[in-house]
Design a protein around this ligand. Structure first.
Ligand SMILES: *Cc1c(COP(=O)(O)O)cnc(C)c1O
Length: 361
């Protein structure tokens, strides 16, 4: 059997023990005589799965009682509309920080439903940093303040949160969810597409403070109203059953094999440290992000020579380091090292980079 090191930004690697367990349970889930793919979402046995996914997520992320966890579909991209339709309803206004393509999409979509203000942007330098924020420039009467916590394409992350006072803070955490502890109580709403760090594609997780529910615009489609899903325990319609099951297995692995998010953070810091340390000392490769804003999950780097970048990507692929090509808007390379990437994968990548540097530097 062959397994590559997959540095894709998403869908991305899954922890191997999780895949093994899913394989072992594929044909007969716990004596039910069925695969989880086949069973009714209304069955007792499936109810057990979705409840345990939720309670594991609550435990692992330390989610307070007054928050609902919703298992939805439509990707983080649907949240770009769902958030304003449900939250932009008191003063019809929200603030945005543009730190990349996803943050900008969230802003543009919200602008279709109300007044969307850009508080700051890092577009001037290809989103290679998180802009300094001055609370005096924030709208005091905004219905919410939106950030993209980890910018998957550019490899930046907020290391301190904006001080929004009474204005509810909303964050897209698609590419940093479960990578380290996060204080959920600082946010009114968090959302994440699962395919980066939680589960296969098809599942979108929303963590929403209860007082944010029930204020949707009149035009909001039933399926886009958080209340619909909160009132029905994410079972208003057929949920993404198999992805939720895989999410449960990932959370079980995080809790029982890794030992929780503090431990996961240590491993992620170790992995990112190996790669950043190499980049900081390399004469050929360099990171593209301002060091203080670096992401633990997505690490873009370049040689400064497009032909050499292409050669590196090609040769890396031949060595089974796959999907390491950078996003077209940044160029170069990007190593996405989510939770499931083993330390060994990063060590081997760095060995290969050193070898490449010797030959081509
Ligand atoms: C991948 C990603 C998205 C888009 O997610 P979809 O589930 O494909 O809609 C949005 N935001 C961030 C930060 C992402 O990494």
């Amino acid at each position: 059997m062959k397994r590559v090191y997959n540095f894709s930004a998403g869908p991305s690697m899954m922890p191997e023990p999780v895949l093994q367990r899913a394989a072992a349970e594929m044909l007969d889930y716990q004596g039910s005589g069925q695969s989880v793919m086949e069973m009714s979402h209304r069955s007792k046995i499936y109810e057990g799965i979705i409840h345990s996914a939720e309670s594991l997520l609550r435990e692992v992320m330390n989610i307070p009682e007054n928050y609902k966890v919703l298992f939805l579909q439509g990707g983080a991209s649907s949240q770009f509309a769902m958030v304003p339709m449900n939250l932009m309803t008191k003063n019809n206004k929200a603030d945005f920080v543009l730190t990349g393509q996803w943050a900008t999409k969230a802003y543009k979509e919200a602008a279709r439903y109300g007044t969307a203000n850009v508080v700051a942007s890092s577009k001037d330098k290809t989103f290679s940093y998180i802009p300094d924020l001055n609370p005096e420039t924030f709208s005091k009467d905004a219905d919410y303040f939106h950030i993209c916590m980890n910018n998957t394409i550019y490899g930046t992350k907020y290391h301190t949160l904006p001080e929004t006072g009474n204005v509810p803070l909303v964050a897209d955490i698609s590419s940093c969810v479960l990578s380290e502890p996060i204080d959920v109580s600082k946010f009114a709403l968090l959302y994440a597409g699962a395919q980066k760090n939680m589960a296969p594609a098809g599942l979108t997780v929303v963590i929403i403070r209860e007082d944010m529910i029930g204020h949707a615009m009149e035009i909001t489609p039933t399926m886009f109203n958080y209340k619909t899903h909160a009132d029905n325990d994410s079972m208003f319609n057929t949920p993404p059953c198999y992805s939720i099951y895989m999410c449960m297995l990932v959370l079980d692995w995080l809790k029982n094999t890794i030992g929780g998010l503090e431990e996961m953070k240590k491993i992620n810091e170790k992995k990112a440290g190996i790669l950043y340390n190499f980049l900081d000392n390399s004469k050929l490769f360099r990171g593209t992000v301002v060091p203080k804003d670096r992401s633990l999950m997505n690490i873009p780097f370049v040689t400064g020579n497009e032909e050499l970048d292409a050669k590196f990507v090609k040769e890396a692929g031949e060595r089974d380091f796959v999907n390491i090509k950078g996003h077209r808007s940044v160029g170069g390379m990007r190593a996405s090292i989510y939770n499931a990437m083993p330390v060994e994968g990063v060590e081997k990548l760095v060995d290969f980079m050193a070898e490449f540097e010797k030959k081509n530097g």
